[in-house]
Design a protein around this ligand. Structure first.
Ligand code: CA
Length: 198
């Protein structure tokens, strides 16, 4: 009887020990599953982010290389620029640009101003009307956007203001900077319009 009891206890201990090991294994497996679940969640988030970025990329406009300007117009970023060579008043210049489906140029960045300086010095010369006006109130705005100037490149002592100088030209003098002028003076002019899909 004692022998049987001993064997039984021995067997019971063996089973308990095996059960303990199995429980430990189960915990390890559960931990591994949990790790993989976390990894999957992270991967899924990464994929979602990538898909979102791809969607955004495909909805952004095509590079401006795909756009064209009419003959005799110069492409600058997403706009076309026209250098009018006849010498007319500011109001006439505005009207000419409108007839071309355009507006007098808005020089709203140093980048554009530098681009124009290079072009004007090389080809078209000084003094071109653009779309800046001050209506006699000495706060300059762009006629097309009605926005005040963020960027300026006035010659020294300009704008000189006064009763009559309410329009502006760019590339004035040897420094090729801005000057306010009488709107009835006659100058060349620069028009601008959006590029069209080619
Ligand atoms: Ca002036």
């Amino acid at each position: 009887m004692c022998g049987l009891e001993g064997k039984f206890k021995e067997q019971k201990y063996k089973y308990e020990s095996q059960l303990g090991k199995m429980a430990a294994n189960m915990t390890a497996v559960t931990n591994v599953i949990e790790d993989h679940t976390n990894l999957l969640t992270t991967l899924r988030e990464d994929i979602d982010n990538l898909v979102e970025r791809l969607d955004k990329k495909s909805s952004t406009p095509a590079p401006t290389d795909h756009y064209v300007c009419p003959a005799n117009w110069l492409k600058y970023n997403a706009t076309c620029i026209y250098f009018g060579s006849d010498q007319i008043t500011w109001t006439e210049a505005k009207f000419h640009c409108q007839m071309y489906g355009a507006h007098l140029l808005v020089v709203d960045s140093e980048e554009l101003n530098t681009f124009l300086k290079i072009r004007l010095r090389a080809v078209d010369g000084n003094n071109h009307y653009v779309g800046g006006i001050d209506f006699g109130r000495h706060n300059w705005i762009w006629d097309y956007t009605n926005r005040e100037f963020d960027y300026t490149d006035w010659r020294s002592s300009q704008p000189s203001g006064g009763r009559s100088e309410h329009c502006m030209v760019i590339c004035s003098g040897s420094s090729c900077q801005w000057n306010d002028v009488d709107c009835y003076s006659q100058y060349k002019y620069i028009c601008q319009k959006d590029v069209v899909l080619g």
